[in-house]
Design a protein. Structure first.
Length: 288
């Protein structure tokens, strides 16, 4: 009885275990599998709606002038003050990118190579433009450079140089993080030692070795810098500069339809600049 009971118990246990345990992977319910496949596309669709809807609204507003014609575009493109302001903003943006790269790339490279412990301190310094309001910055610059021996605001062009330096300071948080991320993705020490073993000096290492290897990071930082300069209003307004942002502010007050058209033009120019920088960068990369 005992043996039979034990045998029956073992047999029953084995049957239950064999029947209760799945022999393969647990099948995913069709509904859950469908949701998993559609979830990424839903996020992409929401992102497209979020970014495209304001553009469509701006386009519609620009076409509402004079009962749905292109009159607003004709007026803004024919404005004699728009093109000089646009040209100055583009030149200021390019000059700001150059100044920012000349300061940030050697600094970030030297910190990554020789002084990695200073990285938190450098990051804190580059975050200061987020803490200091633009009004405070521009008033301090005007007060500092409006009297001898540092009289740099006496003419329009000298004031423009001060403004470009201020724009470069505003771009430090974006440019430094882009360059620093690019340097983290490569072996800086090995590249430097290899270049030095071939007789390269420090300027050659920075321009011919480091720059090409972080060109995508530089591209992203340059795009953000250009966008900041193109839309910055406070510094340009207080320094009496005839750039795009003050011109757009004057247009918005009285001519909303032309302002919508000008906004679309500025947006297109930003993306065109991105395409040009990407093309030049990729072409230089193929040559090297």
């Amino acid at each position: 009885m005992t043996i039979a009971g034990q045998s029956g118990s073992l047999t029953g246990h084995g049957a239950t275990g064999g029947a209760g345990k799945p022999t393969g992977p647990t099948p995913v319910p069709p509904q859950r599998s469908l949701i998993r496949r559609l979830w990424p596309w839903l996020i992409v669709a929401l992102g497209v709606v979020y970014f495209v809807t304001p553009l469509l609204g701006t386009i519609r507003l620009s076409l509402r002038h004079n009962k749905g014609t292109w009159e607003a575009w004709r007026l803004i493109l024919g404005n004699e003050q728009m093109w000089p302001a646009f040209g100055q903003s583009i030149v200021n943006g390019l000059a700001t990118i150059v100044v920012s790269l000349v300061i940030i790339v050697p600094t970030a490279y030297w910190v990554a190579l020789k002084m990695p412990r200073l990285r938190p301190f450098i990051e804190f310094i580059t975050l200061l433009p987020f803490v200091i309001p633009g009004v405070v910055l521009v008033l301090a610059l005007i007060r500092l450079y409006s009297a001898p021996p540092l009289l740099l605001t006496s003419t329009y062009n000298s004031t423009r140089i001060v403004m470009i330096c201020a724009y470069a300071a505003l771009s430090f948080p974006y440019m430094y993080r882009s360059v620093d991320n690019g340097l983290r993705s490569i072996d800086v020490r090995s590249l430097t030692e290899a270049a030095q073993s071939l007789g390269a000096g420090w300027p050659t290492i920075v321009t011919k070795v480091i720059f090409p290897n972080i060109r995508l990071a530089i591209l992203s930082g340059a795009l953000l810098t250009f966008a900041i300069v193109l839309g910055e209003l406070t510094i340009a307004l207080y320094m009496a500069q005839r750039t795009l942002a003050p011109f757009m502010a004057d247009i918005v007050r009285n001519k909303p339809f032309e302002a919508a058209a000008l906004t679309l033009i500025a947006f297109s120019v930003t993306w065109l600049a991105l395409g040009m920088i990407s093309y030049v960068t990729n072409r230089a990369g193929r040559r090297t």
